[in-house]
Design a protein around this ligand. Structure first.
Ligand code: GLN
Length: 313
């Protein structure tokens, strides 16, 4: 079925979203990862990619930023394909935590079960499930999955990776807590190393919108035509995004935007309108929940203009 929008409408929605976002201010770059603190806070970009493979962009849409937590979605997709959704749900969980993305308390309250693959604990646990003989083989599978979603070979930024690996003390504690509870399924330091690398790849909003459009298109990349993951898993991934994709603001996002989304502390944000398109935004300053202030504004504006809310009949 053709999309109910003309190219002109889609481009106009991107431009409106971009100018609405430009008028927003506030927030600040993540500072606990030194690299992220150094990124120009004025960079801003918005891209839409449709399930029929058309791209509409505004701003610095070729600028490459750290994927950070958005990577959790793609490792989740890989592991769900490898072990199946029931096993992954049993081992990691599929519920919102209602707590910050790096919460130790959430883990303690659930007796060491991470609850969601989209918080740090759950993502480290999920990374520990990637199959492969060596840590490098497992890492290469994650990178290949991110690349297949993006439709081009993504690369790890050694600068970002170095910045994260030398400051991730809080995540090291989480990895050991998981291990002691039996919910880290490989050596915890290895799992953390892989997780930290997966957060350190570089993407533009255009890459991110293609990655999201692949989810919108039942797991088939609309640019390359490649089926990246099993179509049957997409609904589970999108449900996880709806519940936990924006952490403590996931409920607000569902209430106001009505789309599955995912943010990262690098300033990226993704929203997926199943069967239609994906919206990707980027702007480094974050609010108190760790979500891009301007990115959320752009996504909200576009979702409203194109009437994408899933809860609207
Ligand atoms: N690499 C970051 C961390 O582990 C990712 C967090 C995020 O983007 N919310 O803290």
């Amino acid at each position: 079925m053709p999309l109910p929008y003309t190219a002109k409408q889609l481009q106009a929605a991107v431009h409106t979203g971009f100018s609405v976002a430009l008028k927003c201010s506030g927030g600040s770059n993540a500072s606990y990862i030194p690299y992220l603190a150094s990124v120009d806070p004025n960079l801003i970009a918005v891209t839409i990619v449709t399930v029929d493979g058309n791209t509409f962009a505004a701003g610095d849409s070729q600028y490459q930023f750290a994927i950070e937590s958005i990577s959790k979605v793609f490792t989740l997709a890989l592991v769900m394909d490898q072990v199946g959704s029931p096993a992954l749900r049993a081992k990691v969980g599929a519920n919102p935590t209602g707590m910050p993305f790096n919460s130790v308390m959430a883990l303690e309250l659930a007796k060491g079960k991470p609850m969601s693959p989209l918080v740090n604990a759950g993502a480290i646990s999920t990374a520990s499930l990637v199959s492969g003989k060596t840590p490098d083989e497992r890492w290469q599978k994650i990178l290949a999955t991110q690349s297949a979603f993006a439709g081009r070979d993504l690369v790890l930024s050694s600068e970002i990776n170095q910045s994260e690996q030398t400051t991730n003390f809080h995540n090291r504690a989480i990895a050991w807590l998981l291990y002691s509870a039996g919910t880290c399924y490989s050596d915890p330091i290895e799992a953390l190393d892989i997780y930290t690398r997966q957060c350190s790849t570089l993407i533009s909003t255009t890459d991110l919108a293609v990655m999201g459009a692949t989810l919108a298109n039942k797991g088939k990349n609309p640019i390359t035509g490649k089926q990246v993951i099993g179509a049957e898993n997409v609904r589970h991934i999108l449900a996880e995004m709806m519940m936990e994709g924006l952490y403590t603001a996931s409920g607000d996002f569902a209430y106001t935007v009505g789309l599955p989304g995912k943010s990262g502390v690098g300033g990226g944000i993704l929203a997926v309108a199943p069967g239609k398109l994906a919206i990707a935004g980027f702007s480094p300053p974050l609010d108190a929940n760790g979500n891009s202030v301007r990115g959320q504004a752009a996504v909200k504006s576009i979702a409203e203009e194109l009437k994408l809310n899933l809860f609207e009949a």
